[in-house]
Design a protein around this ligand. Structure first.
Ligand code: GTP
Ligand code: MG
Length: 226
């Protein structure tokens, strides 16, 4: 997360939060289409695979506050692994995508999760990082569906991921909701982490204030004014 602020005569006139989001998943699940639907409300029925990574920015309002989402669309094909993984570091939110008419792309979500955890250097555990699992192509007919919503729900519960939904880049179903939900999840987890990172401990007659893992100050109870 980066806070951008423009100073004007010492006043803070503009403050926006930049969040880096990466979209991961097998080739062909619709990652690039999800990004272009969200960025420019456009759907292209093309068949070009992404090579490496591409990123685009878009502003979004969540809870009355503006966020600039920097969305990194990655190449899902295995041969591009070395081109995409260096971009995982510094990610704020990770979208794990599969296509509901492609069972193997759903089975591979775990591999994508592990690849991200490894290269992004996530140490706090899955449940403390904002992941969102997206089952794309929800517009396909029921006879072509290979993964049910129940299976998505069950997989996410088993893997401690609280945020998931089905989308369609083609019919514009739940696309804005997916990005908005991911920011909400990010904010919720950040709030919880901030609380954990600010602890006031009382031990014997001394108060310890622990902020971001460091002991910031200690005071004797007698002269305490926090
Ligand atoms: N029916 C349907 N087709 C979709 C949807 N989203 C994408 N597609 C189609 O799926 C194909 C692949 O879409 P892409 O967005 O290029 O897939 P990708 O995940 O970016 O693939 P890589 O770049 O190779 O990793 C294209 O032919 C799209 O038109 C959707 O919501 N519904
Ligand atoms: Mg692509």
């Amino acid at each position: 997360m980066v806070e951008d602020s423009d100073q004007n005569y010492g006043r803070n006139v503009n403050k926006s939060v930049l969040l880096k989001i990466v979209i991961l998943g097998d080739g062909g699940v619709g990652k690039s289409c999800l990004m272009s639907r969200f960025i420019s409300n456009h759907f292209d029925d093309h068949n070009f695979h992404t090579i490496g990574v591409e990123f685009m920015n878009k502003m979004i309002e969540v809870g009355g506050k503006q966020y600039t989402l920097q969305i990194w669309d990655t190449a899902g094909q295995e041969r591009f692994k070395s081109l995409r993984t260096p971009f995982y570091r510094g990610t704020d939110i990770c979208i794990l995508a599969y296509a509901i008419d492609d069972r193997s792309s759903f089975n591979n979500i775990k591999t994508w999760l592990n690849e991200f955890l490894h290269y992004a250097g996530v140490k706090n555990g899955i449940e403390k990082f904002p992941f969102i699992v997206v089952g794309n192509k929800s517009d396909v007919s029921s006879k072509d569906r290979e993964v049910s919503y129940e299976q998505l729900k069950q997989w996410c519960e088993e893997n401690k991921i609280a945020t998931y939904l089905e989308t369609s880049a083609k019919t514009d179903n739940n696309v804005l909701e997916a990005f908005s939900l991911s920011v909400q999840r990010y904010l919720l987890l950040k709030q919880t982490l901030d609380q954990i990172n600010f602890l006031v401990l009382k031990y014997l007659h001394i108060i310890y204030i622990i902020k971001n893992g460091y002991i910031e100050k200690t005071k004797f109870l007698d002269c305490l004014t926090i």
